[in-house]
Design a binder for this molecule. Sequence first.
Ligand code: FAD
Ligand code: SF4
Length: 501
Amino acid sequence: MARTVLVLGDQLDRRTGALKDAVPGTDRVVMVESFAKLAERPWHHHKLTYLLSAMRHFAAELRDEGFDVTYRREPTLRDGLAGFDPAELVVMAPSRYDLRPRLERWGIEQVPNDAYIAGEAWFARWAAGRRTLLLEHFYREVRAEHGWLMDGSEPVGGRWNYDQENRRPAPRDARGVLASAPWRPTEDDIDAATRRDVAAYERDLDLELYGEETPRHFPVTRAEALASLRHFVDHKLDDFGPLQDVILDDDPILYHSMLSAPLNLGLLHPVEVCDAVDAHWREGRGPPNSHEGFLRQVCGWREYVWGLYWQRMPGWRDDNALGQHGAVPEFFWTGETDMNCVGSSHRDLGHYAWANHIQRLMVFGNYGLIAGVDPLELAGWFHSMFIDGYDWVMVPNVMGMSQWADGGVMATKPYAATARYVNRMTDYCGPCVYEPKTRTEDDSCPFNALYWDFLDRNRAALKGNYRMARVLSQLERFPAEELAAVRARAAPFRARPADRS
Ligand SMILES: Cc1cc2nc3c(=O)[nH]c(=O)nc-3n(C[C@H](O)[C@H](O)[C@H](O)COP(=O)(O)OP(=O)(O)OC[C@H]3O[C@@H](n4cnc5c(N)ncnc54)[C@H](O)[C@@H]3O)c2cc1C
Ligand code: SF4
């Protein structure tokens, strides 16, 4: 029976789900730009333009292949499906938890989501009966099963983990490590039309858009995505490992791949990314630590958060282990702050709708955590502003790893830090108006007072956590006047109560 394949915005892959077996000329395709989705939240300009451009490019490619593609712009997804018999519609199970029951209610068949390396079923089997779901165990099993950087049943070089060689601090002289330019696309007519339509949407739907309106940075077609993967493997992969946690003001991208955006849209499959890394190493090109460090991100962390999302939803979005209820600070939207680390990271975010992992975790995430921002609200901000932000990846990373809202599922202790971490891993502190080494002076770095203020407010919640025992006992020894000075210095930087009207 001929079918109509519903292709959602993050399912732009001919080789997965229901599209895998679809036949041009026989099966049809429907795609929908939903106004309700566009108006659901504020957006980074570049993110919105990128997503719509990628969808439109995909529709055009399917047409070129001979498919009859209905591409609609309608008030809701449901409106976009009007006239189609639900019994004929088929879709790959969405990546977003709450969409699956909706599609089920509408009577649309969902086929398993095979856009990941270890699917939900694989993860569930792996997790069954385990007391703890450690990333390291998961990563090793996935890697071994696929033979990536494996020599038979052993990891190449006899080691699974090269964290010691990787994760170096920021070098004193940055000039020697600045990377070559990232891959860049050339825009076409579809991009131009999408820009015009986004401007019209902004006006007609009263959209709130943030960030710069820059030329496109990320791939929107399969050919572009493959070119950007090739560029990374050829020019950046070898140096990825040692500098993966470093941030340099002059070069926020450094050796990062910027592949999360095309990966999360389906333009690249994670298996082919890992295959490319493995092949590059086997050709004898490059050190194992960088290859291992990168594989760990893709077949380890990325797959782990996908699996964990499906294990822990729907409850994960409601977690707030530390009872934090503050609003996202205004400067997270505007970038107007004199904290150099936040301001510079925001400049990068404004330009690319992207920031590297440490900017996300140790600058924005850390500030949100120690200033007392509501974790779900912070996840909403990430969703709006980051080009690769989707529910399945933000709930674990923002609410779990960065805000500790799950009380320790993703991270054994909160990623709370003073300026010391930023000062070690970045070159932000030197030119900053704040002093990173003091706590309660008028020019002391806000992160320092906020950190101790955070521990003070959360003593009870963190008391049983053995990894926090040392700092909590240090806090116990603070004289009363020091604690009062910490609270006073932190107060103006604490998150304001969220407006719940
Ligand atoms: C607070 C916070 C929020 C984040 N939000 C997102 C998000 O919305 N979308 C997103 O894809 N990633 C998110 N991440 C994970 C990670 O920071 C980004 O995947 C990465 O920075 C993207 O840049 P890149 O492609 O250059 O990554 P690289 O440094 O080159 O890493 C390679 C790839 O590994 C994968 N990866 C690495 N770590 C993770 C992780 N923890 N979770 C999922 N994938 C991972 C990504 O696909 C990435 O492209 C978040 C991390 C934190 C701490
Ligand atoms: S001193 Fe503090 S605010 Fe300034 S860059 Fe360093 S960590 Fe950021």
